[in-house]
Design a protein around this ligand. Sequence first.
Ligand code: HEC
Ligand code: HEC
Length: 359
Amino acid sequence: MSMFPDRVRCYEAAMAGTIICIGVMSAAFAQSIPLPYTGIGRTATPAEIKAWDIDVRPDFKGLPPGAGSVANGQQIWETKCESCHGTFGESNEVFTPITGGTTPEDRVTGHVEALMRSDFPQRTTLMKLTQLSTLWDYINRAMPWNAPKSLTVDEVYAVTAYILNLGDILPADFVLSDKNIREVQAMLPNRNGMLKFEPLWNIKGSGDVHNTLCMTDCKIDAKTISSLPDFARNAHGNLAEQNRLIGPVQGINTAEVFGDATPAKKAATKVVSTAPDASDLAKKYACVACHATRSKLIGPSYKDISAKYNGDVGASAKLAAKIRIGGAGTWGTTPMPAHAAISDEDLHALAQWSLSGGQ
Ligand code: HEC
Ligand code: HEC
């Protein structure tokens, strides 16, 4: 028998990026047919199962005993959570706000009134939360985002308590624990907000759509129910210049006037917004992924570039060189990548165009 296995099976352990490979000798392999998996793997140890089995259910089954105060939670929040979620959990930068949108009346009814309003700008975590176990479990398994599972059990209690304090659900001197968590569940603003939608649960029932089955010559009943109002057209610059390169959602040309605009008005806006060929080059070389005419994206806006080098006669050559080799330091610490594959002609057109503010 050879010293080397002739079948190797590898299993990637999802957690630590560990690869476990198991070699199977020919003789052993032959013997194991027709059950190729016998003798492979082993029963997980109790410690391994414990490390995986961390879910906390709505009835709090699985919740480990422990306790944490609002005060301690505030310290954890300020050192480990605030940078992304804001001082009061209100930040909309990295993720939708955690707090806000709940009222004392909601805590009485168990229904968050703002969820029913179409004019309410955001749905925060505390507006939607129906099960406290979800909040506890999610923080325990996933937060802080840059170091998941680094909090101790007591720290998870503490920071959960602090979030509820930020939402005016718990007083500042509260200590949340496995003993009182059921009482706190009964105080959640949206605790009665969960709906059991029968068609999704009852597999023998009828579906929740009422379309008629159709494969050919189907009646298409299309109507526009939402559109960009004229006043908002250029609120964020021309969306067509800010397209993501990947993905189906492409911004429309908001520099053009649509709808009820007269042909003359349309023509007028077109002339203003039509850029020379360089704007096609900017698309071709994906400059648009990082630069827009008026607003800063990853790199500075063309308007700002134009303003900075206004009157600088050597700027065009300098910028062409910079686009070619890339680099950081003029506008901040984020570097622009090098662009090796652009022809000299295109490069100078792009440099000129950047200097003209993208016109
Ligand atoms: C580095 C940024 C960052 C830090 C630090 C961070 N979070 Fe988050 N947090 C996120 C992001 C991003 C999400 C959304 C993740 C997703 O949906 O996959 C999130 C989601 C959450 C949610 C779920 C909100 C919801 O409605 O689904 C909670 C709760 C939360 N974080 C709490 C915390 C707590 C508590 C800490 C500190 C112990 C913390 N976060 C630290 C970035 C961060
Ligand atoms: C991945 C993002 C990214 C891409 C793609 C990109 N840029 Fe940049 N660009 C930047 C950043 C970031 C800076 C600021 C660099 C700095 O601070 O020195 C910058 C700076 C510039 C500047 C000003 C340079 C200076 O020194 O003042 C010009 C001009 C420019 N880019 C043009 C272009 C053109 C043209 C393209 C397409 C060929 C392009 N960029 C592609 C990110 C990018």
